[in-house]
Design a protein around this ligand. Structure first.
Ligand code: LFR
Length: 479
């Protein structure tokens, strides 16, 4: 059979890549043709993205992907919540801010009266969070009221990038579901929430289903531009290995997203209290998940060590951590101190000292961070079991963190269930599969999952097989 080649533009908030996906009728193979750093820009305490630089990298990557001939399709996915404010002429009314920008810190207090968390949750199924599009828009209009007149449309970042590549202005269901502005399950926008927050509903066009077309590539009009996932986490979930419903997933990157797939949003306030949110899947259902700070903590530690002239190869750090003794305490990866950019190794050490366990060296510090992540995953899986009434039989780990075998072993030990390690480039893989479905080459998700597993079979880690020293983590997690 002829080979179909599509390209996934996958924008993560620490790195972006263009991945070519080739399907020969039996197996899907992924080939990363371009990877680039996505670095937050910082001045006077404000954080934003250099979108033009990102676009230049994306165009370069797409040109490389197409060097053997025109692509059969392209789709863009990216991290959630960040967005572009467009004027009527299509130019940006303001730089695209980054979700860690501190300007939203006091928005929850400002909203407490007119839009309390529980109300926002009931209307959207999305957990109110200072990083959300809602909170960013409220802060943006507060700081620059003139924007209200200037803005003509608000586009989520992957939709904006797709638009700049040649697609129409669009609002993709999965990425828009991260905004906090949609009704549960993203059936529609919530004009009620927009009213509560003082946002103009005219800024938001109709929501579009995933797995549809958005236009053609301006650089090569023979290539269809598809909407095949739009949100990186939706794409990652779309790339889970074949399996039954009796499982939880962990999409492991800068963020750790721990969740389960469901048909409908879970609006039980207990889910809000436990820190969960409902986002939309590529294939229409819901992802009930928790957003935990993930490998970002180690990425920031690495940044600090490199700035100090130290070596900080991730694989080396993990090997050292494996050999180190556990400190026997875990910190809370969701602590706000660990969410902001900065001297992270110092902050982690300080948190550990406060817990009465000063790390003797880097190896112990890294080990403590990994153990803390594993313990947080175990607590989340436990909460999911309580909220849904079903205890997951196994946990599927995908994303960059799936490369970290020590972390997967710790996770299996802490959760006391087997961990199935799936694709590392899960978001790109999910986009590729969804594109092949959109083109009609794959019948559906199971078909795609099998085609992906044919070239990269998942591996299983049983908690009974890991180093006995790790098994104490189950107790630490339960504490
Ligand atoms: C992961 C992710 C999460 C989202 C966070 C912030 O990359 O998309 O799903 O909540 O980034 O946008």
């Amino acid at each position: 059979a002829a080979t179909t080649t599509v390209a996934a533009v996958d924008l993560g908030s620490s790195s972006g890549r263009v991945v070519a996906g080739r399907y020969d009728g039996a197996a899907v193979r992924l080939d990363e043709v371009h990877r680039f750093a996505v670095q937050v820009q910082e001045a006077d305490g404000a954080l934003w993205w250099d979108v033009e630089a990102i676009l230049a990298e994306v165009r370069h990557g797409l040109a490389r992907a197409a060097r053997h001939g025109p692509l059969d399709a392209v789709s863009v996915d990216g991290w959630g919540v960040d967005h572009a404010l467009l004027r009527a002429d299509g130019t940006l009314a303001a730089p695209v801010r980054a979700y860690r920008d501190p300007r939203t810190a006091d928005v929850p207090a400002q909203l407490a009266g007119r839009a309390p968390d529980l109300l926002l949750w009931r209307l959207t199924g999305v957990r109110p969070d200072p990083i959300n599009t809602t909170h960013q828009l409220v802060a943006g209009l507060r700081d620059d009221p003139a924007l209200r007149e200037e803005v003509d449309a608000v586009l989520m970042l992957p939709d904006y990038v797709a638009h700049r590549l040649g697609g129409e202005r669009g609002w993709s269901r999965a990425i828009c579901s991260t905004s906090g502005l949609c009704a549960p399950g993203a059936r529609d926008w919530s004009t009620e929430v927009m009213d509560l927050l003082g946002l103009d509903p005219a800024w938001f066009g109709p929501l579009s289903d995933e797995r549809t077309a958005v236009g053609t590539l301006a650089d090569d009009p023979r290539t269809p531009l598809l909407r095949a996932g739009s949100h990186d986490t939706a794409c990652a979930v779309h790339a889970l290995p074949p399996g039954d419903g009796d499982r939880a997933f962990l999409s492991s990157g800068s963020w750790s997203l721990v969740g389960v797939e469901r048909d409908e949003a879970l609006l039980d306030p207990a889910a809000l209290e436990a820190g969960f949110t409902n986002e939309v899947r590529t294939d229409g259902g819901v992802r009930l998940l928790k957003n935990l700070t993930g490998l970002w903590i180690l990425q920031e530690c690495q940044r600090q060590w490199l700035a100090q002239g130290l070596r900080a190869e991730p694989a080396e750090l993990v090997a050292e951590a494996r050999a180190a003794d556990s400190l026997g305490v875990v910190l809370d990866p969701a602590h706000p101190d660990l969410a902001r950019p900065g001297p992270m190794a110092d902050r982690v050490a300080e948190h550990l000292r406060r817990l009465g366990a000063a790390p003797a060296d880097r190896a112990q510090l890294v080990r403590a961070v990994l153990e803390s992540l594993a313990a947080a995953y175990a607590r989340s899986v436990e909460q999911l079991a309580r909220l849904t009434g079903t205890r997951p039989g196994h946990l599927v780990v995908v994303g960059g963190g799936a490369r970290n075998t020590l972390l997967s072993e710790m996770t299996a030990a802490a959760c006391r269930i087997p961990v199935l390690v799936g694709p590392v480039e899960a978001s790109a893989a999910g986009s590729v599969l969804a594109q092949l479905e959109t083109l009609g080459h794959l019948a559906g998700r199971d078909d795609g999952a099998r085609a992906l597993a044919a070239s990269a079979p998942p591996t299983l880690i049983d908690p009974g097989d890991v180093d006995p020293a790790l098994r104490r983590l189950a107790d630490l997690a339960a504490r």
